[in-house]
Design a protein around this ligand. Structure first.
Ligand SMILES: *Cc1c(COP(=O)(O)O)cnc(C)c1O
Length: 405
């Protein structure tokens, strides 16, 4: 049986997959089982921030695997303490503490638990989240996610969420009740179609939170750790913003599964001994991997490369003046190319973004869709100017070949 056949027979069919089996990767390139090469502008959906098999990450993992892979959180774990120090001191640069999980959904579940503890004394538990958001697939993070298609068939959801239009401070004010305890949001909505929050909105939420004694919780699972051109996604939009807690996953492991959340020192005691935990969370191997990733992002000044490549991408696409492109949204290397399906010949019944991503795959470029009318660009933070030129040539070629006459 081929990998495709085995997967169809033995793996639960929860994913719509493109017809490709990736067997090897190096930098921004991957290869399929027949040896065909692809440019990878998906990078594991924003996880492989250093590209594939970066020696700093490969070496850190093999070295740590030969020293200590796992011991439980019953004991102290050196790479865990080192990684927590690195994130607090060099990334967030605000006093606080870290909890380690294995994924983004788990990190967000932790933020929801934090919010409930925060509201305990005043009897508040309601978290305001935003339409088109994505926070994960556990029952908690899925309930926080304000997208009907994610909820479909899973009622009853976890109670205690209110969904509000993003970038609309008046709508937020109107949704406040005496049960409201926190705001949870992505500074740039990723899965929902690459929709950035505005500076006014983030700052407005922050002052509203202070005024009403609410927590400002940021989901940086996709936009954190350099992806936007700054170490924190929110800094790119609203420098100086002071969230109460932040969740991460995706890019922080460079492809190794790890997630985490940071809680400001002021609220760090809300989750004390016995209140939260994870068997594998903060595992020595995952933490050694993440530490290598974050150190490399800082030492190689990758956020600078991200900013330069963003400008290159925006200028190149603007120069096409393409009738099928409505806009380029996002920040850094979390970008969405908005597509106008009316300008294109898309076969009947096909979702435009998925059809274009399939066509690009056929031409040797991996890109993920984000919603029905957006093609996302998520190359590794290490992507070169030459690779950007090549990838954009493929995008332009596929769009041109689909122009309706
Ligand atoms: C991917 C994603 C998640 C979920 O992360 P998992 O590791 O898949 O659980 C949560 N929030 C955002 C913003 C994401 O992009």
């Amino acid at each position: 049986m081929t990998t495709t056949e085995k997967t169809q027979q033995y793996v639960l069919q929860t994913y719509g997959r493109f017809p490709l089996t990736v067997v090897r990767g190096e930098g921004t390139r991957v290869w399929d089982e027949r040896g065909r090469e692809y440019l990878d502008f998906c990078s594991g959906i924003a996880t492989c921030s250093l590209g594939h098999c970066h020696p700093a990450l490969t070496n850190a993992i093999s070295e740590q695997a030969g020293i200590l892979m796992h011991c439980s959180n019953l004991y102290y774990i050196e790479p865990q303490a080192d990684l927590a120090e690195l994130i607090v001191e060099k990334v967030v640069q605000q006093p606080g503490k870290i909890f380690f999980s294995n994924s983004g959904a788990e990190a967000n579940d932790g933020l929801i638990k934090l919010a409930r503890r925060f509201g305990l004394k005043s009897g508040r538990y309601e978290v305001i989240t935003f339409k088109k958001s994505f926070h994960g697939r556990t029952i908690g993070s899925m309930s926080a996610t304000a997208q009907p298609k994610i909820h479909e068939g899973f009622d009853p959801l976890l109670p205690g969420f209110r969904y509000v239009e993003p970038n609309d401070l008046d709508a937020v004010k109107a949704a406040l009740t005496d049960k409201t305890v926190a705001f949870l949001l992505e500074p740039i909505q990723g899965e929902g179609g690459v929709h950035p929050m505005t500076r006014e909105f983030l700052e407005g939420l922050s002052s509203l939170a202070k005024q009403k004694d609410l927590l400002l919780l940021l989901d940086e699972v996709q936009c954190g750790f350099g992806r936007t051109g700054d170490l924190n996604g929110y800094e790119t939009i609203a420098p100086g913003l002071a969230p109460d807690a932040i969740s991460w996953a995706k890019g922080m492991g460079g492809g190794f599964p790890i997630g985490a959340f940071w809680v400001s020192e002021k609220h760090a005691s809300l989750l004390g001994p016995g209140s939260h935990g994870s068997t594998y969370g903060g595992n020595a191997l995952a933490c050694a991997a993440s530490k290598a990733v974050i150190e490399t992002i800082i030492s190689e000044a990758l956020p600078e490369n991200v900013k330069a490549r963003e400008i290159q991408i925006r200028e190149t696409i603007a120069s096409w003046n393409h009738p099928a492109i409505t806009e380029v949204r996002g920040h850094g290397l979390l970008l969405g190319i908005g597509i106008n399906p009316a300008a294109l010949d898309i076969p009947g019944g096909q979702v435009p973004s998925i059809h274009l991503c399939s066509e690009l795959l056929g031409k040797g470029l991996l890109v993920p869709p984000a919603g029905p009318e957006t093609v996302r660009l998520l190359p590794p933070l290490t992507v070169t100017s030459g690779e950007v030129i090549k990838a954009l040539e493929l995008v332009q070629g596929v769009l041109d070949s689909h122009l309706s006459s």
